[in-house]
Design a protein around this ligand. Structure first.
Ligand code: UDX
Length: 436
């Protein structure tokens, strides 16, 4: 059993804290936001993740997990302090903003007590570990500690699943003592997952390089989809054929409206900035960013073109979250596509099974909000699917055809069976193939 303090209780810190407690460690999660800690202490979760609630309640009840706003009490007893605070993009430079990381390092430094590993879980640019080390050393010259990079690869919506089934555990340190402690912490995964002990700077790079690669993979399949549409090929068949090559792999070959979320846009931008900083231009990543942005504009215009006979007609949008299974709208392609459409239309009604409230804070009164698919589609000229919610695979199309003004569907997630939709009499467009 280890004593772990986690600074930051967001999408990374909270599932990690709950997971480590479930593995038998004594965990204290710290956050500056008092309201968040109060809610957690009342047994209320502050974010939704499948499977999180049960483990959270269990480990609070058995005393393995607690929450505080007090850094001192959490840090003084800890064997490991994990930094899991946000590294949002700087609004101007788009570099990762490290002010929260540096502030946390400065704040925790005086309370380090006995040898402690400070592990950075937040996604941070190369060299941040060196700076965290300097800050702690300057603040508390007597502290006995090492700074380790410990990147995390949890997906939103699957954080608990990913925590207990990691593909790899990357430990960035060349210090034996720190490495031993981290290996002890992750001992339950021995034999189940790959362990990789590397230089701190390599570890910091692995996180960005992985996310940027996945973003490029999505951009690649989207570009290939556009090609297939023009060349008369079918992207579903092409992706299947490509994915059967184990060197390429089947995952992340689903074409769509472009990638979004709190990680890929932020991390690709930060990686491109790092490339510039070190004089090693990352042209593939730069192109991916520009083309992913351009894609959303093109899709917005494609929808507007689809209603050119009735420019005042209603547009029904199904899906606002950046992917299915989450209420998160941060950097959602759906939101950017809608923003493009708003330039031409004030008659847009949107629906999402989970993300309506979050979308309202971004789109305000520029669109109308529906409480059901039917309400969104009532009298619509076109229905556009932008997020891959399972519910959208099972739409009652016969009913929708009756209530829509014009039976037209643009399916940007290839959710529907094109042949069936056409047979029902809809005009149908999807990604990367023509359904005749
Ligand atoms: C991602 C990484 O997968 C995870 O390892 C990292 O820790 C955080 O960032 P997440 O942001 O939760 O996770 O979303 P992910 O499931 O990876 O999807 C990202 C975006 O890519 C979404 O907008 C999704 O719709 C899109 N996507 C994904 C596609 O368009 N096609 C695909 O084949 C896969």
């Amino acid at each position: 059993m280890m004593k772990v303090a986690i600074i930051g209780t967001g999408y990374v810190g909270l599932p990690t804290g709950v997971g480590l407690a479930e593995l038998g460690n004594k965990v204290v999660c710290v956050d500056k936001i008092e309201d968040k800690i109060n809610r957690l202490n009342r047994g209320e979760l502050t974010l939704y993740e499948d499977g999180l609630e049960e483990l959270f309640k269990k480990n609070v009840a058995n005393g393995m997990l607690r929450f505080t706003t007090n850094t001192q009490t959490a840090v003084k007893d800890a064997d490991i302090v994990m930094l899991a605070v946000g590294t949002p993009p700087h609004p101007l430079t788009k570099e990762a903003d490290l002010k929260y990381i540096y502030a946390a390092a400065k704040e925790l430094a005086p309370f380090l007590n006995g040898y402690t590993v400070v592990a950075t879980k937040s996604t941070v640019p190369v060299g941040t570990g060196d700076e965290v080390e300097n800050i702690i050393r300057q603040t508390n010259p007597k502290a006995d500690f090492d700074v380790v990079s410990l990147p995390e690869f949890l997906r939103e919506g699957f954080a608990i699943h990913d925590f207990f089934n990691p593909d790899r555990i990357v430990i960035g340190t060349q210090n034996d003592k720190a490495q031993k402690i981290m290996l002890e912490l992750y001992k339950p995964f021995v034999g189940k997952s790959e362990f990789l002990c590397v230089k701190r700077r390599s570890s910091e790079t692995i996180k960005y390089a992985s996310n940027a690669f996945l973003a490029m993979k999505i951009h690649y399949i989207n570009e290939m989809a556009d090609f297939c549409e023009k060349a008369g090929a079918d992207i579903t068949e092409v992706a299947k054929g490509m994915g059967l090559d184990s060197r390429i792999g089947k995952k992340f070959l689903n074409p769509g409206p472009g990638y979004g979320g709190s990680c890929f846009p932020k991390d690709t931008n930060a990686m491109a900035q790092m490339g510039k900083k070190y004089g090693a231009h990352l042209t593939l990543i730069e192109t991916t960013i520009a083309e992913n942005d351009a894609r959303k504009i093109k899709i917005g215009q494609r929808v507007i073109e689809a209603i050119n006979e009735h420019p005042e007609g209603k547009i029904a949008v199904l899906g606002l979250a950046f992917k299915g299974g989450t209420d998160d709208c941060r950097e959602s392609p759906a939101i950017d596509i809608i923003k493009e459409m708003i330039r031409y239309s004030r008659n847009i009604m949107v629906y999402d099974p989970k993300a309506l409230e979050n979308a309202k804070t971004i789109l305000n009164n520029t669109v109308h909000y529906a409480n059901s698919v039917e309400e969104a589609c009532m009298n619509a000229e076109v229905m556009v699917i932008l997020t891959e919610w399972e519910d959208f695979r099972h739409l009652n199309l016969t009913k929708l055809k009756k209530i829509m003004h014009c039976p037209k569907i643009i399916d940007m997630r290839n959710m529907l069976n094109g042949e069936d939709v056409k047979t029902l009499g809809f005009e149908y467009q999807c990604v990367g193939k023509k359904v005749i």
